[in-house]
Each structure stands twice: as structure tokens, then as C-alpha cells.
Design a protein around this ligand. Sequence first.
Ligand SMILES: [Zn+2]
Length: 235
Amino acid sequence: MIDVHCHLNSKDFDKDLKEVVGRAKDIIIIDAGTDYESNVKSLEISRNFKNVYSCLGMEPCLKDFERINELIFNNKQNIVGIGEVGLDYKICKEREDEDFRRFIRLANKFNIPIVVHSRWAVKPVLNVLEEEEAKKVILHAFSGNIKEGLRAVENNWFISIPTSIKWAEQKQEIAKAIPIKNLLTETDSPVMWEGRNEPKNVEFVVKKIAEIKDLSVEKADKIITSNGKKVFRIG
Ligand SMILES: [Zn+2]
């Protein structure tokens, strides 16, 4: 199984990170940074656990592009993608997308995926990604409608389904409408669960997708894990 988006670098895991990763030792885990400090921590975690890989990013609205850009350049060999980055119209007053565009260009240049946050901003995110001709894209915790989801499919991008599929009808509908070749799974740990989330719970997402797609859990897992390994180029 694969958890393509979580934050093991969160202070919520400071006390028992080893146990948390231990419970998910057969799961490929992609950890994502959101600011300079969490990026540095993410790199360290990926060095310490062989099933954990790192993406470096900058949460929407943060103004720290230069430092994070430099960190990405210096760690090209140590990361599997750029993220999370994107737009968030809930928290940003000014709707500025220049940094997001710069991260897309960087991901295209390195030929690595970009893991995208798009809360309250699905349409503008899709517009920017298309304008910048983004190649490898993972729309994390996608909150768009089916039409917007299919627009991502036309571009050969991925939609990542989070653990909130347990209660969110929109996530169930997206999982149903989007072909499995374009689906990935995530926990967004420590959030999106009742209580603290952790990568092991990605099992729940895979089982739910298998049920929705009327596939065996093994078959659904095989396809989704192979989608993730291919896009992140993990052995
Ligand atoms: Zn996240």
C-alpha cells in the first residue's frame, strides 16, 4: 500500500514516530513538508526509515520561496517530489499564484511530481496547472466535483483519496467516477481522521476504493501502489 501524503514531520509524532512508522512498515510513505523547518525534518525522517520518502514544499500563503527553493535544489537527490504547494482561498486574502507557478516550473524541470493543495481553489489550481503545462501532478485531498476530477484525468494527473472517504460523500463519488489508473491514496496524517491519523490507516482508503470499484482489496492495492511507485519513481 502507499500513503502519498502525510506529515510525519508534525510535532504530533515527536514522541512515538518509531512506533507509528513501525505499524506501517509495509506501506510506502511519502512525507510532505509545509515550511522550512518541517522540510528539514522531513528529509531527516526519510533518511531514518527505509519506507519513508520526502517531498519538500511550502504551504499556500507562506512567503518563504527563496529559502525553500534553495533547499529543494540542494536536496534534488533526496526527494521524490515537490509538495505540498498550491493555493488556498480559505486562508489567503490576496490571491497570488506566482510562487505556486514557480514550484510547478521547478517540478517540470526536475521531472518530479508536484503534490498540490487546492482548498476552496480547485478551479484556479487546475487553470494554473494547465497554463504552466504541469507534467506530473497529484491533487491531494481533492475537493472538486466530478467534472473537475475528469479534467485532471484528461491531463493524465492523479487524484489522491484521503481517509476522510470514510464519511465524506464527495470523496466516495470522486473515487467512483475517476478511473483507478488515476487514483492514489493518502492519510494526510495527523489530520483527516477521528483523533490523530497515521499512515497505517491508508488501509481503510484502499478497502473503501476496492468496495466502490467492486475489486478485491489485493487488486485495488496492486494498481494504486503501482500508480504511486511509477509517478514517484520508487524502485
Ligand atoms: Zn497535507
